[in-house]
Design a protein around this ligand. Sequence first.
Ligand SMILES: Cc1cc2nc3c(=O)[nH]c(=O)nc-3n(C[C@H](O)[C@H](O)[C@H](O)COP(=O)(O)O)c2cc1C
Length: 416
Amino acid sequence: MNVVLGISGGIAAYKTPELVRRLRERGADVQIVMTASAEEFVTSTALQAVSGRPIRSNLWDKEAEASMSHIELARWADVVLIAPATAEIMARLAGGAAPDLLTTLCLATEAPLVIAPAMNRVMWSNPAVQANRQTLEERGVRILGPEHGSQACGETGAGRMLEPDQIAAIVCGPQLAGAASERLLEGKTVMVTAGPTREPIDPVRYISNRSSGKMGYAIAAAAIEQGANVILVSGPVSLPAPPGATVRNVQTAEEMYRETHDQIDNVDIFIAAAAVSDYRPVEIRAQKMKKNAETMSLDLVRSRDILASVAALDSPPFTVGFAAETENVRDYALAKLDSKNLDMIVANRVGDDCGFDLDENAVDVFWRDGERAFPKAPKVELARQIMRHVAERYAVSTGDDTQPELSVITPMQVKS
Ligand SMILES: Cc1cc2nc3c(=O)[nH]c(=O)nc-3n(C[C@H](O)[C@H](O)[C@H](O)COP(=O)(O)O)c2cc1C
């Protein structure tokens, strides 16, 4: 495995010779690229000795460019790991800036990008840093840690880089090592519904729910990573479309039903992550309703059940439902799996501290003869794990269960 190890200018850079050794022990070839600030914290002499390769740092180094240009370096990498990642380099990456060798090759590589942020706890909690973290995560950058603990500045809090051995285990582990070549869904078509629906009451009001669409969009992105053609039927959300997805935008449950059934013919796997309104107003008023009475009531009618209707097709795709519940999650999920005749259901408890509009989630997945808990993780990472699991169960359902059972190691599991 070829690892480009980017080192930026944080105090945790002093741990990088150890990180290089741990990576090499696990069989990785390590090419180090340092920022100018990193050289203030760790010497290139030490790093060259432990990596066995000349250190790269200057984009304008004519000799180094002639032997292996930054583009060749970007191609050579199976993974680009930045550890430690400073607040500054996260900002450059989030902004797509490329003023130096490391950020230029990050833009030029098709390899997965993994960063291990490390900084003072107040820096880490700064809204600008958190916004950059979220942007990077939504683009598929894997973010390891940081951990909570004592810091070089003498404070205690979140911002400590994961230990070199933890980082090496994740980077050289099955999840990342296999990720680029995995493509468990090559040639398959996956349809994902995501986001809320809006059921109009009058020209200015509607009934909706708190779904942000983050989980469904992350699932769609994870299916694309696994090589699938993805059709994303999306309710109104404010998220960028995952690159490569065919997006069908809808507003109401009825529109989502029609769009789903219009496209369902060649779909292999259907994943209903949308929070579809169960009811809609019987009548949509042509004019804005006036507030004349103290109380008012609306007559609602049941929306058509998209998930059940797909599972009831003559030859249905592998059908996965989502159950967002506030109580008795397991019981409701199992009842839904059974009553709607689904292949799998992903259950999560929603409330103030989990579920809607948050960046992290934890879910339990149930199928006919099994269940599996996925501990709390960033939605992007969780979606990858769920999608791999869906791909494995799909392979079993089609009789192609030659895929190895893939163990799942997540940063969050390693942390806890
Ligand atoms: C002593 C010292 C320690 C620093 N430690 C950190 C750190 O742990 N994390 C961080 O994000 N920035 C840290 N900085 C600030 C960065 O070095 C600075 O933002 C720099 O511009 C980062 O550049 P780079 O990302 O190109 O390496 C530190 C600065 C100094 C002087």
